[in-house]
Ligand binder design. Sequence first.
Ligand code: ADP
Ligand code: ZN
Length: 591
Amino acid sequence: MDNNKNEEKKKMYLSIAILVLLVIIVAGLIYMIVNKKDSQDNELAYTDLIKQLDNQEVEEIEMTVGSTTVKVKRKGEEEEKTTIVPSTQAFVELVQQQTENGNEFKLIQKNASIISRASSAIFTILPTILMVALLVIIVKMQGLGDKGKIYDGKENKTDVKFDDVAGLDEEKTELVELVDFLKEPERFKSMGAKIPKGVLLYGKPGTGKTLIAKAVAGEAGVPFISMSGSEFIEMFAGLGASRVRKLFERARKMAPCIVFIDEIDAIGSRRTSQSGAESENNQTLNQLLVEMDGFEENGTIIVLAATNRPEMLDKALLRPGRFDRQITISTPDVRGREEILKIHSKDKKFADNITLKGIAEDTAGYTGAELANILNEAAIVATVNRHDAINQDDLEEAVKKVSIGLQKNSRVISEKEKQLTAYHEAGHAIVGRFLNTGEDLKEISIIPRGVAGGYTMYKNNEDKFYRSKGELEDKLVGLFGGRAAEKLALNDISTGARNDLQVATQIATDMVTVYGMSDRIGPISLEKDEQINILGENMGDAVEEEIKALIDNAYVRAQKILLDNFDKLHLVAELLLKKETITAEEFEQLF
Ligand code: ADP
Ligand code: ZN
């Protein structure tokens, strides 16, 4: 870390110090005034609290670390009462026992905020507090801050089940295995099966990654400990790493359990140079790797991590024994959206003629979180309009409201975009049908996935390492099916073909320079650029011409296939626009 930054930090901490002191004093005064007024009638005797607990009348208890004062909210009552408990330890045990006996109430655990503690004792221990506050700041300024309490991962039992996660059927199937592992680790271990340690969930924010991770814990009945990657990033050297250590210390005690790290790219992005924030980052990442590598002897801990930027991740994270499984959580298609809407409409009142299907059709590209948001907005709109139930107009207004927010982020897919994508993917599929690439179609979709606007997915046929020239040529034709269809059907082209063009150019180049498949160049490997010179001056140009010829030929062939099946192209594209995802069978039926 360079000196400038340190200076800045010191200054910052000094101002924070002054601010903290001011706040302490003001808070103290306020506390005094407020307390004077209503401390009397707001007290609840400890024995009464126990009685209320026994009778299951308590709705909420708020405890503060290091304080014997707890706040209690009784069911059906608005205001909180305070109780002084004789011993925090004893009270915690009591609360635990109550919870185990099935008494349900909300338990809020608060860290002693400096403010609340200080203000209650302001006049007796003010000088001490000042000293402590300053000490803390000095310690922090020297970067020794990781000695204190730093673990603050959220953890709880979750009762989320797979049924609460709409759509995502394949993803759920993959995760069911984890549930089994967590439930009966011994059975797998005795069979010699290695239990997976880490699973990465890729997907846009709001697609339900956290939800599905919670569902895994919920189905297995194990604790769910979660933390966000950004929370690991600290100003002080070593603090991030220490947080990771504490998190896993906790997890080992609670195993079997799920550790969920959201935004893992915040700590797991590629390691580069060794300066400043980055080296801090590296320490944090290294600690995470160390923890995951050390799992074997411990109980079953499965780490689920989520990111929206898989390309940013450090490769070390993806090695075997770490996050060696990856699941893409895509934005829902029209059926998925309808199911999500169904789940989130359960506790809402709807008019009889409401069709969630219609809403699902109007919301291509929306994530689960956004759909949930729409229903909530609709309920608000209906309430404001004093309707007895949410009607179609309320829903449409809500869709508009939410979309305007989204349009600002250009996240909504326009009709034009959808159409281009539909023709693009239809083009791939149709051209592919008349080729010999050895790949079987699985499904076609115009739902965005990763960076792609849509996708044409093939069944995983066995990987082939040796391909014939004919197969490679066909592969090229297939790749151009997308671009060619856009051009022929809409007389426009899009950026959607970027990846296709990259792959095609690479294949054509390899055919000429690596596999010696061009007659003109002959069977010579030109993998290293320098060799082109050895072979005479014209070689470079000849190579380029050969690559260009392969590509042009392929493009022409793709166009021809599409023109021969132009009616089918329209049919497939139209079906895609209607259903968003179509299966290989539905596709074949059109022929
Ligand atoms: P992420 O972790 O991918 O950012 P979340 O899991 O936090 O997304 O999703 C936010 C909210 O959106 C969820 O709590 C849930 O209400 C809703 N949601 C998202 N996806 C789904 C889904 N597939 N089924 C039901 N609800 C969903
Ligand atoms: Zn394409």
